[in-house]
Design a protein around this ligand. Structure first.
Ligand SMILES: *[C@@H]1O[C@H](CO)[C@@H](O)[C@H](O)[C@H]1NC(C)=O
Ligand SMILES: *[C@@H]1O[C@H](CO)[C@@H](O)[C@H](O)[C@H]1NC(C)=O
Ligand SMILES: *[C@@H]1O[C@H](CO)[C@@H](O)[C@H](O)[C@H]1NC(C)=O
Ligand SMILES: *[C@@H]1O[C@H](CO)[C@@H](O)[C@H](O)[C@H]1NC(C)=O
Ligand SMILES: *[C@@H]1O[C@H](CO)[C@@H](O)[C@H](O)[C@H]1NC(C)=O
Ligand SMILES: *[C@@H]1O[C@H](CO)[C@@H](O)[C@H](O)[C@H]1NC(C)=O
Ligand SMILES: *[C@@H]1O[C@H](CO)[C@@H](O)[C@H](O)[C@H]1NC(C)=O
Ligand SMILES: *[C@@H]1O[C@H](CO)[C@@H](O)[C@H](O)[C@H]1NC(C)=O
Ligand SMILES: *[C@@H]1O[C@H](CO)[C@@H](O)[C@H](O)[C@H]1NC(C)=O
Length: 892
């Protein structure tokens, strides 16, 4: 019931006057039915808005209920007279959901502010019905799709804020009809199609921020009619071409940024007088050319000037003295050298009135000249000063010590001579100091230790003499110290090594320091990068280096270290680069080196190491290591072309047979029994964990995988129906690496399993000096969970008789004596298995490819795949004949 109905009611019945009065009282005293008072359309539209909200973390919409008139709902404002909704303001309420199209029914709306929520979906085109709307603020949401063309219906719109959404497509042409639009904020979307010419028709534009959209194209000349424009941000918009000169006619411009585009051409010389109100001028990272107009000296309101990373040229002649509010000057990476002049730095004098200057970035500007003492008159607010990569000469003015606010000082890659001024010790806030690549010669001042907040000190590539100052130990925040390429002498002060903060890098390489590495190095437990190369160090490598467990790079190259690599270094498993080349180190290559998984480069060249070069880990990749210039090494991968290592086994051969038998035979006997039961178990299909004897060589699938480089094709030396044979290098924990042939059974083939058992049995029963030695067997599962069986033989370096007979290279080399010896060896073996073992064995597949030759051309009969044992209960018999040597090889 509304008042109009009440009036009609009154006309029909005088008695109803009373009711009318009651009704009035009713309506004014309670709001229960108030939702229906005012406009039903608005009410329904708001309910629809609410219904589209899926998450309301602050419960802001719970007040949107029947108990209140919608004009009292939170976020809603109504006109005083007509009680229609004129503002919907729900910024930063964490709302999720979509924006109901029914909002387009709120025809009295002047403002929609839904910034910083999580609205998604499209912006409903029904909003275009809101002809009274002045402000549409939808920044920081997740709206996607295009900007609706219908928005042009919002003919009174002044603010269109759509920044930080996921909008795509181009700016619709109809936008040019928004004749009152003054603030178009569309930055950080995915808008394309260029900045359109027709935007120039919106003459009321004051703020245009479009940065970080992939617009493309060039800046239209028509924007020059935006006479009221104060803010123009179109950085990172993929814009090409010149900046139209009409833009420089926008004299009210305050903030002007076109950074990070591909703009070319030069700036008008009058820019300073054309744009006198500039506070921010940001054209960095473009391809602008010409001089930086001196008229900028007249932009007295300028706070930020970023023109770096362009191709500006010519002497820098801006007089900064009127720029009292300047806060940041960034001109790095241009070419400001004035032809034929050596006083490029005169402009520094004019900076003394810039009392608010905080950052001065003038690196790589090709300045030539002396750094004026007036550098010390710069603002005490200055926190970073970049002058690196110029050609500044003379000495570093001691006035620099007046810049007490400095946190970062970059004077690197200039031609400064003489000493580091001791006044630098006054820069108490300094954290990052780089003077690299100059010609500084005098000793490092002790005052450097006054910089208690210093975190990084780069002094490399100078000619600095004298000692490393002990006072550096006072820089308790220091995490990186680079003194490389200087002329420093003396010892490494242990004060530096005791800085717990030193975690990043310590580079003292290429100096004339001497002595050994102090044992205090162990305190650098968190240090990542240690370079002591070409340092003139001597003595042995201290074992305490093994406590620097965080090292990822260790370079000790080019010193005079002697002795062995201490075993304590085995804890440095995190190393990626390890270089100890060009020293006088000796001993064996430590076992742990090939187990460091992170090691990408190892250089032990030009030392005096001896023994076997491993082939696994870093040694598996020829380009990842160098062992050059160690004359006593052997083995390693074939590409190294080192001599073969003398096998332990062949040495043993020299021992008189009987001594070996007496000493070793009883032990072997026991082992053999255990091995035998191992084989037997397998035959019964039961999983076997180990041979039961700790001293017997155990190999896992994983070890064999490693030994054969993942059963790689390069290592495949033979293939048959039941098996493939790979060569490999087996690394046993406490033994040297050993060359082996690994025969992997093709278990999927019928009969493979049987041949495995046959070989196993033969091996158990009939070790003989002319029968191929099996070192061990492996019965396991592979990583895919399939059964895996392999036999590991001693590797026969001279291949098979078949190879010798049929390969063109070797034929001539088998002389008569050798052939007779081979025949004798084979005959001995056959006689043995046929007649002298308790169990008679028939080989069943004797052929030249099954006769293998060792280093000394002794022949061995192998491949007992098809062998048959002719005694029914042979497996129950204890082997009676053996030869110690082959089993000797089974021990560590
Ligand atoms: C209506 O909103 C008020 C104010 O937030 C609240 O106290 C009340 O519980 C709400 N009523 C209902 C039925 O949700
Ligand atoms: C409100 O808007 C919706 C969608 O735009 C429309 O379907 C509906 O008819 C409108 N309701 C009223 C009462 O105007
Ligand atoms: C922009 O204005 C010009 C001249 O006033 C007019 O010719 C042109 O059609 C307008 N462009 C658009 C897209 O409205
Ligand atoms: C800049 O404005 C002046 C005066 O209003 C006008 O004469 C000149 O043509 C304009 N220049 C450009 C490039 O629009
Ligand atoms: C700065 O403005 C003054 C007054 O307009 C003018 O005389 C002077 O030449 C301008 N300076 C530069 C460097 O353009
Ligand atoms: C620079 O500052 C000094 C003293 O603060 C003042 O006398 C001088 O006028 C200023 N120069 C300019 C160009 O503003
Ligand atoms: C510049 O600094 C020096 C000291 O470095 C001081 O003597 C001189 O007065 C300063 N000049 C001005 C103009 O502040
Ligand atoms: C550095 O500290 C020492 C000792 O506190 C002091 O004597 C010296 O003057 C300081 N140097 C500078 C440049 O402040
Ligand atoms: C290398 O060390 C050996 C002793 O290990 C020593 O005899 C030899 O002189 C050293 N060579 C050099 C160049 O220091």
């Amino acid at each position: 019931m509304n008042s109009l109905q009440a009036k009609n009611f009154l006309c029909f019945s005088p008695i109803s006057f009373l009711f009318y009065g009651l009704a009035i009282i009713c309506l004014t005293s309670t709001n229960v039915s108030a939702s229906y008072d005012g406009n039903e359309t608005d009410y329904l539209a708001l309910l629809s808005f609410k219904s589209k909200i899926t998450h309301d973390p602050y419960k802001v919409l719970t007040s949107w209920n029947h108990s209140f008139h919608f004009c009292d709902w939170s976020g809603i404002s109504c006109g005083k007279r007509h009680k229609r909704v004129n503002a919907l303001q729900l910024n930063s309420q964490g709302l999720e959901g979509s924006l109901s199209p029914h909002v387009g029914n709120l025809s009295f709306l002047r403002e929609i502010s839904l910034e910083n929520n999580s609205f998604q979906g499209t912006i409903p085109h029904e909003l275009g019905r809101l002809s009274r709307l002045r402000r549409l603020h939808l920044n920081i949401n997740k709206f996607s799709g295009v900007i609706p063309t219908n928005l042009s219906g919002c003919s009174n719109l002044k603010d269109l804020w759509l920044a930080l959404n996921n909008l795509s497509g181009s700016i619709p042409k109809e936008m040019s009809l928004l004749s009152k639009l003054s603030r178009l904020v569309i930055q950080d979307n995915n808008l394309t199609g260029g900045i359109p010419t027709f935007l120039g028709n919106i003459t009321s534009m004051e703020v245009f921020t479009a940065r970080r959209n992939p617009f493309g194209g060039s800046i239209p000349d028509t924007l020059g009619v935006w006479k009221s424009l104060t803010v123009f941000y179109s950085g990172d918009c993929n814009l090409y071409g010149r900046i139209p000169h009409s833009i420089f006619n926008l004299s009210l411009l305050v903030n002007f940024s076109l950074a990070e585009n591909h703009l070319s051409g030069s700036l008008p010389s009058e820019i300073g007088s054309q744009l006198p109100n500039l506070e921010l001028l940001q054209l960095r990272n473009n391809e602008l050319t010409g001089v930086l107009p001196p008229s900028l000296s007249n932009c007295s309101k300028l706070g930020l000037l970023e023109m770096g990373d362009n191709n500006f040229s010519g002497k820098l002649t801006i007089d900064f003295s009127k720029l009292r509010y300047i806060n940041k000057i960034q001109l790095s990476n241009n070419n400001f050298h004035g032809r034929g002049e050596v006083d490029d730095m005169k402009f520094i004098d004019s900076l003394k009135n810039c009392s608010r200057l905080v950052r001065l970035e003038l690196a790589n500007c090709r300045f030539i000249g002396v750094l004026p003492t007036s550098i010390g008159n710069l603002s005490e607010q200055l926190i970073s000063l970049h002058l690196g990569g110029n050609q500044l000469f003379g000495s570093i003015p001691s006035s620099i010590g007046s810049l007490v606010g400095l946190i970062l000082l970059d004077l690197e890659s200039n031609r400064f001579k003489g000493k580091i001024p001791s006044s630098i010790g006054k820069l108490q806030k300094m954290q990052f100091l780089t003077l690299i690549s100059n010609q500084l010669s005098r000793p490092i001042i002790d005052d450097i230790g006054n910089l208690s907040l210093l975190t990084k000190l780069y002094l490399y590539s100078n000619k600095i003499e004298g000692h490393i100052p002990l006072s550096l130990g006072n820089c308790k925040e220091l995490n990186g110290l680079a003194l490389r390429y200087n002329r420093l002498s003396g010892k490494i002060p242990k004060q530096i090594l005791q800085l717990p903060s030193l975690t990043n890098f310590l580079d003292l390489s290429f100096n004339s320091l001497s002595g050994s590495i102090p044992s205090e190095i162990k305190d650098l437990k968190m240090l990542s990068y240690l370079d002591l190369s070409y340092y003139n160090l001597s003595g042995t490598i201290t074992s305490s280096l093994g406590e620097c467990i965080s090292l990822t790079m260790l370079n000790l190259r080019g010193n005079q270290f002697q002795g062995i690599i201490p075993s304590s270094l085995s804890s440095l498993g995190g190393l990626g680069v390890f270089d100890i080349s060009q020293n006088n180190l000796s001993g064996k290559i430590p076992q742990f080196l090939d187990k460091w998984n992170s090691l990408e480069f190892l250089n032990i060249s030009f030392n005096d190491f001896e023994g076997k070069v491993p082939v696994t880990g870093v040694f598996a990749n020829a380009s990842a290591f160098s062992v050059l210039g160690n004359n006593r090494l052997c083995g390693g991968s074939v590409t190294l072309e080192l001599p073969e290592c003398k096998e332990k086994g062949s040495k043993k051969k020299r021992f008189p047979f009987f001594i070996s038998v007496i000493v070793i035979a009883p032990t072997l006997f026991i082992v053999l029994c255990c091995v035998y039961s191992f084989c037997k178990k397998k035959r019964n299909g039961k999983p076997s964990q180990s041979s039961g004897n700790e001293r017997f060589l155990k190999v896992s699938y994983n070890q064999l995988l490693k030994a054969t480089d993942g059963f790689s094709v390069e290592n495949l030396i033979g293939e048959g129906g039941f098996s493939s044979v790979y060569k490999g290098i087996l690394n046993c924990d406490d033994d040297d690496d050993r060359f082996v042939a690994v025969k992997v059974l093709h278990l999927q083939n019928q009969g493979a399993h049987k041949s495995f058992l046959a070989e196993c049995e033969v091996w158990l029963n009939i070790p003989h000096r002319n029968l191929l030695k099996i070192i061990t067997s492996c019965s396991s599962v592979d990583f895919q969970g399939n059964d895996f069986k392999a036999l590991v033989y001693e590797f026969m370096p001279n291949g098979s008789v078949h190879d010798w007979l049929h390969s063109s290279e070797n034929t001539s080399k088998l002389n008569l004596i050798q052939r007779i010896n081979i025949l004798r060896d084979v005959a001995t073996a056959l006689d043995y298995i046929h007649n002298r073992c308790q169990t008679m064995i028939i080989h069943g597949d004797l052929k030249p490819s099954n006769i293998l030759l060792d280093n000394d051309m002794v022949a061995y009969v192998g491949d007992f795949d098809l062998a048959r044992l002719l005694s029914a209960d042979s497996v129950g018999l204890i082997p009676i004949c053996w030869r110690q040597r082959q089993l000797q090889n089974s021990y560590s």
